[in-house]
Design a protein around this ligand. Structure first.
Ligand SMILES: O=P(O)(O)O[C@H]1O[C@H](CO)[C@@H](O)[C@H]1O
Ligand SMILES: O=c1cc[nH]c(=O)[nH]1
Length: 235
């Protein structure tokens, strides 16, 4: 067991899907996995392991924000030897090219968080990037499924409520959407030399004000989750 995950090492698969929301973890396990076993309920950060079409996979909720993602990603890699980490999260659209319900593959992640500075020191602006193999595979799987995906830079913000940030400047520089965990996932995956990708569903649009209904969100979550499992199957 680790500090925040109460499971034997063997209880977690080498491939893990990472939703922020514990109820999304439960939904994924109950809807997509066979023989799913819940291995963690500490802090209600549910974790399950089961099989997707014969491949052993875990789903672990990470909670919200860079500190929480950092805890789960670190423990999964260091204490459970997880090799492949695929975030399945929601994001707020920024770019006019992004519409609600779209799926985004986060090629890289811009951040206002201090994690980069705290890791590399002043003057080094490390760019957290997706694992190219996973990204390439997800992109080609999406094409094969006829699913329209956007690929690019996402903002991984420290705050959900953030009046100070210049969103329009970020949009001009091609940032597609905003969320709160990907910089930590990509940075830590590089630190421990593992593979990571964030697949995101646009649940709302911060510039147009557009929102999705609960049912619409469910359907677009399913597109994202099906894509994540297609990547898992191709590993
Ligand atoms: O839907 P999840 O995966 O939690 O991701 C997004 O939703 C939360 C904010 O509502 C943040 O965690 C953000 O990154
Ligand atoms: O971090 C997030 C996630 C979804 N929608 C937002 O506006 N922000």
């Amino acid at each position: 067991m680790s500090t925040h995950i109460d499971a034997k090492k063997s209880a977690i698969a080498p491939i893990v899907l990472l939703p922020g929301d514990p109820l999304r973890a439960k939904y994924i396990a109950e809807t997509y996995l066979t023989d799913a076993v819940c291995y963690n309920t500490v802090r209600n950060a549910f974790g399950y392991t089961g099989y997707f079409e014969g491949v052993r996979v875990s789903v672990q909720a990470t909670g919200m924000g860079i500190p929480s993602m950092s805890i789960y990603a670190t423990e999964l890699m260091v204490d459970y030897d997880v090799q492949v980490l695929i975030r399945v999260g929601t994001a707020g659209g920024l770019s006019p090219d992004v519409k609600v319900r779209d799926v985004i593959l986060a090629q890289g992640s811009t951040t206002d968080s201090s994690i980069i500075l705290n890791t590399f020191g002043a003057g080094m602006y490390f760019a957290p990037l997706a694992d190219f193999k996973l990204l390439d595979q997800a992109y080609h799987e999406a094409q094969a499924q006829g699913l329209s995906v956007q690929v690019g830079n996402v903002l991984g913000e420290d705050r959900f409520y953030n009046d100070e940030i210049d969103r329009h400047k970020l949009i001009k520089y091609g940032v597609l959407a905003t969320e709160m965990e990907t910089p930590a996932l990509y940075l830590l995956a590089r630190k421990y030399q593992r593979q990571a990708l964030a697949i995101l569903t646009v649940s709302n649009h911060l510039i147009t004000g557009e929102e999705t209904t609960a049912i619409e969100r469910q359907t677009s979550f399913d597109d994202m989750i099906a894509l994540a499992f297609a990547v898992v199957k191709g590993l």
